[in-house]
Design a protein around this ligand. Structure first.
Ligand SMILES: Nc1ncnc2c1ncn2[C@@H]1O[C@H](COP(=O)(O)OP(=O)(O)OP(=O)(O)O)[C@@H](O)[C@H]1O
Ligand SMILES: [Mg+2]
Length: 394
């Protein structure tokens, strides 16, 4: 199959064109489809017509090889094809229900929400879960993790893997991390990802955050359209890669509730919407004390519903699981503390007979790292779950 995908397997593509293409980062037939004729002509300097011909040949080649769908297909063929789409379990019952089994390959899933709502934790969890066997809800695949905010933490992978009884070293080995330093670099990484995806049997591409660098670099009114254009290019590239290489793509997007929206029309398009138009699935994460709420916002076939989940050592977790764990921890802590802190903490002590209340008082993993109360207080009153876009920049 790899032989089939070589550029020179296309009729009329000789060594000169092959060289031109690979110099521009296009290494195989898949890459031709992913980049498309306009871009191919831009990056190689070849005529648009020529680029179109080559890309069409590439498409035909892949259709003949059964790797991509032909142009006209019956609904039943699409239905059959959809049955074969892979799903990655989230490792929780609640989020699997929301996603109807897990996040899909050949699709782009966008998770958005304010800081600390669990987007990165979710990305880490999926990076572990995708490695599980198909029988266990994974795809036995590797991960390409594009980290734009320097928040990828191997330690988190280790503890999530342990919580799911997987070998942490093996799990770490199958995650290829690419740290992106600016938006152009972030795009370049993706443009050149083809061979890495194939060589490592990548089934999940994470981009955390997809939007952050673009937002930071293109500030202010004058640059908004350039930013959107560049972001648009990136996001389309990501979804074409997901489709062509049969991977799941997960993009995170930090949004803030802005006081501005109360004065304008909250539904008018603002910056973050480029991603929304392209992603197949959009999920909104919201903080609710130590719990988190996930809502399926925009999906071609899921009902708009909400589930509650928690964050813990195992990454994203079902509430019941998280509470079981925290109960165990707090019981231990209560025994430890009871001799020394009795006099100081009469209120907590009084609650010892009601284990559920006690468990909620000391929830070190979940609660301890939750944002400082001042920050939380600043954000909560502005929150409106109906519209959580980034601040309007016009
Ligand atoms: N080891 C852990 N155990 C329990 N909870 C944890 C652990 N590590 C992180 N968390 C929780 O995850 C939260 C941070 O979530 P995360 O980093 O996924 O947010 P985010 O949505 O990516 O935010 P940002 O937009 O700033 O990137 C912390 O506030 C904490 O509640
Ligand atoms: Mg994050």
């Amino acid at each position: 199959m790899v032989e089939d995908l070589r550029l020179d397997s296309l009729e009329g593509v000789g060594p000169v064109t092959t060289r031109k293409l690979s110099d521009a980062g296009v290494h195989n037939v898949m890459d031709l489809i992913v980049r498309g004729p306009v871009e191919i002509s831009e990056i190689t300097g070849m005529e648009k017509d020529t680029a179109e011909k080559i890309v069409n040949k590439a498409r035909q080649h892949l259709v003949e090889g059964g790797l991509i769908a032909k142009d006209f297909v019956s609904a039943s063929e699409i239905y059959k094809h959809r049955q074969s789409i892979g799903k990655i379990t989230t490792g929780t019952n609640c989020l699997d229900t929301l996603f109807d089994g897990g996040i899909e390959t050949q699709s782009l899933t966008e998770v958005y929400g304010e800081f600390g709502c669990g987007k990165t934790q979710f990305a880490h969890t999926l990076s572990v879960m995708v490695q599980k066997s198909k029988a266990e809800g994974g795809l036995d695949g590797g991960v390409l993790y594009i980290d734009t905010e320097n928040t990828f933490r191997p330690e988190r992978i280790v503890s999530i893997a342990q919580a799911h009884e997987m070998d942490p070293e093996k799990v770490l080995d199958r995650i290829v991390v690419a740290r992106a330093y600016n938006s152009a670099h972030q795009t370049l990484i993706l443009e050149e990802a083809g061979s890495i995806i194939e060589e490592n049997n990548i089934k999940l591409i994470v981009v955390d955050s997809a939007v952050g660098l673009f937002r930071a670099e293109y500030l202010g009114r004058g640059t908004l359209s350039v930013r959107q254009q560049k972001l648009n290019h990136f996001v389309h590239l990501l979804s074409r890669i997901a489709e062509t290489y049969d991977c799941a793509a997960l993009a995170t997007n930090q949004v803030m509730a802005s006081p501005d929206v109360f004065f304008g029309d909250p539904t008018r398009p603002v910056g973050g919407n480029v991603v929304a138009h392209t992603s197949t699935y959009r999920i909104y994460f919201k903080k609710s004390g130590k719990k988190r709420i996930a809502r399926m916002v925009d999906s071609p076939h899921h009902p708009e519903e909400e589930v509650i989940f928690a964050l813990g050592e195992a990454g994203v977790m079902d509430i019941e699981e998280a509470e079981k764990k925290t109960k165990k921890t707090s019981k231990k802590e209560t025994t430890k503390k009871s001799t020394t802190k009795k006099a100081k903490e009469p209120k907590v002590e009084a609650k010892v007979d009601t284990p559920e209340v006690e468990a909620k008082v000391d929830t070190p993993e979940v609660e301890a790292k939750v944002d400082t109360p001042e920050v939380e207080a600043k954000v909560e009153p502005m929150m409106d779950p109906e519209f959580d876009y980034e601040p309007i920049e016009e």
